[in-house]
Design a protein around this ligand. Structure first.
Ligand SMILES: [Ca+2]
Length: 287
């Protein structure tokens, strides 16, 4: 190669590509050149069994198993197109995750063994059009989607929809083609509803108050030190509005609580209230 070719003849781009092919395939001055054609209008050779090339106007190709890597006026170069071996534990040589979350760029997935590729911390915004696909090489030549949404991908299948906002760990099994998207962020709690907890016959001594405690965090999760103090609105009836999750079965009890004094529990079985989907409800019990 001569400088004039590189800089003066407008061949820089083509020469750069050939240099790249030469480097990628490890060709050097001791490479074995197998000349397969040497005619007036055609010179063809295979170098190190990795790169095939022809010069001249004559037609020639190395046949199946070769991929055209570069070509121009009266020359063409092919490579064997072999791909790197797959990582231990996986079948495909690589795997990319592409979707609306990265504008269909190629996020590299990691082989976790047992044919499972994984990418963590993938954040989706919850848009109705959010989706993704698996792509072996990042060039769409071998990509997987899920046309019938059964959790098992198909080669060149449809985009996989993911419309619930959150951060996900996405896995893809390159043997079974089963994929999963597991949300790793805690979903926001459902909107609360109001329960008016009422404890009747709550007769108390000075310093003693009536509380409720129950099976959900809003009622202290049965921890008396986190129980909710009621108000003696209509003594000896005590009550308080407490915001609790909607559509939830709650077990609860009335307590009499005072410092340095044993807690007095309402007798009998736990009270049960199932909260409504919206609005408010009253739950009443008695000492
Ligand atoms: Ca499917």
């Amino acid at each position: 190669m001569y400088c004039t070719h590189y800089y003066n003849f407008g061949l820089k781009t083509q020469l750069d590509k050939l240099i790249s092919i030469r480097k990628t395939n490890g060709l050097q001055s001791e490479s074995v050149v197998n000349i397969v054609r040497a005619e007036q209008n055609l010179y063809a050779a295979i170098i190190d069994a990795k790169v095939a090339m022809k010069i001249g106007s004559g037609a020639w190709s190395p046949g199946t198993g070769w991929t055209l890597a570069a070509s121009g006026t009266d020359y063409a170069v092919w490579t064997t197109g072999t791909t790197p071996p797959p990582p231990t534990g996986c079948t495909q040589p690589s795997m990319k995750l592409r979707g609306t979350f990265n504008n269909f760029g190629s996020a590299t997935m990691t082989c976790k063994g047992s044919n499972v590729w994984e990418l963590t911390n993938v954040t989706f915004g919850g848009a109705a059009t959010d989706r993704y696909k698996f792509d072996v090489f990042g060039d769409w030549t071998r990509n997987y989607g899920d046309t019938n949404n059964d959790g098992i991908a198909e080669l060149s299948g449809g985009d996989i929809s993911l419309t619930t906002a959150g951060t996900y760990t996405i896995q893809f099994n390159d043997s079974t083609l089963r994929y999963t998207a597991t949300r790793t962020t805690t979903p926001p709690p459902p909107p609360g509803v109001s329960v008016n907890f009422v404890c009747q016959n709550g007769t108390t001594v000075v310093g003693q108050n009536v509380h409720v405690v129950g099976s959900i965090p809003a009622l202290g999760s049965w921890d008396v030190t986190k129980s909710i103090k009621l108000d003696p609105t209509n003594y000896p009836t005590w009550n308080k509005l407490v915001t609790v999750p909607a559509s939830t079965r709650v077990e609860w009890k009335c307590l009499k609580v005072a410092p340095n004094t044993p807690t007095v529990w309402q007798g009998g079985a736990n009270n049960v209230v199932t909260t409504p989907a919206s609005g408010s409800v009253t739950a009443t019990a008695s000492f």
